[in-house]
Design a binder for this molecule. Sequence first.
Ligand code: NAP
Length: 353
Amino acid sequence: MHQKLPSTRRVFRRTDNHNPGAAKVQLVIEDLPATLPPTSVLIKVHTVSLNYRDANIANGGNPWPVTPHGIPCNDAAGEVIATGSGTIDIRVGDKVAPITDTENLTGRENARSWLAADEDGVLADYLVFDERKVCRLPSHLSWDEASLIPCAGVTAWSALKDIGFGGSVLIQGTGGVSMFALKLARASGLKVIVSSSSDKKLEELRSQYSEPLLSTVNYATFPDWHENVLDITQGVGVDLVIEVGGSQTLIKSLKCTRRGGIISQVGYLGKESAKDLDELVPLLIDRRVNLRGINAGSKQDLDDLCSAMSAVEMRLNDIVDSKFPFEKANEAIEYVWQGKQVGKVVLGVNGSC
Ligand SMILES: NC(=O)c1ccc[n+]([C@@H]2O[C@H](COP(=O)([O-])OP(=O)(O)OC[C@H]3O[C@@H](n4cnc5c(N)ncnc54)[C@H](OP(=O)(O)O)[C@@H]3O)[C@@H](O)[C@H]2O)c1
């Protein structure tokens, strides 16, 4: 029996009112196409997960331009309920997500187009995407877990590349990307050090990751936290840093990375000031560090991550901090903006709660 297809969808668009306390997104009803373009699929969304970026853009802080009044968010999971006449890969019933940078299919494309910035994002109850920009998600995961993969998951996956088994990694902060990276790193046999500004969050993580006991550093209590990382690594430094602080933390990250190690520059959470980077070039050269920018990842990366997770049936329920109903998108964005979460905040859509 054919499912009756929706003719409209509910979407949140940014208000672009950046005043504290103002609503950051507004619910609107929009038409869906009467006929799907030949290579497109219609996705019924079950969960959207939030990233720092969503809160930052909603509050006017994004370092890159975004389309005015765009639809926020780039992490969603849903079910395909209809396909265009010419689709060849994705089928009705598939559990899928759109990729975050819809131009980045193999990692070799020169163009980029990020959801929720260069084009509309995914905070909606139905989505239409070309099938080439959509990936199948692991079938063993719940909708909430699956929604963490396309941006936060792929970013963590890309950031951890090129570190060998038994290597050491410093993961900064306890946000979504970092907690995903922690799971992947432990599953890959890496020695992990996690930093946080909160002893309470670190204590919770140590009780969750007790065998072997997780190494932790409080970067707020110990401003010279890189010294703690050097102590933990017998003065050598870690093989890889997942850098989320930006120019405020980069120099200290360089100081606690081993000679020839890697820094994956993922975030820009700290205050940006060129003055903080005075030592950058001498340190880079002296420590022979490979400093690389991470930009989520390609469709191929997403497929690879899903294969790896499926192979060991990795679950992600322990990194879901909290769930809000779709209608409470403003509250959820504010919660992330205040940094209250450990891990991920998700929104239940189409009755998923
Ligand atoms: N390049 C990419 O492709 C990509 C993709 C996704 C995200 N990002 C970026 O990566 C960063 C993290 O994103 P997210 O979504 O995981 O964020 P999130 O869930 O909001 O987590 C942020 C956490 O980072 C920690 N933090 C804040 N300021 C810090 C600082 N100065 N130094 C070290 N840690 C700090 C805090 O943890 P504690 O409370 O434990 O201190 C905070 O809770 C953001 O800048 C985001 O824009 C980049």
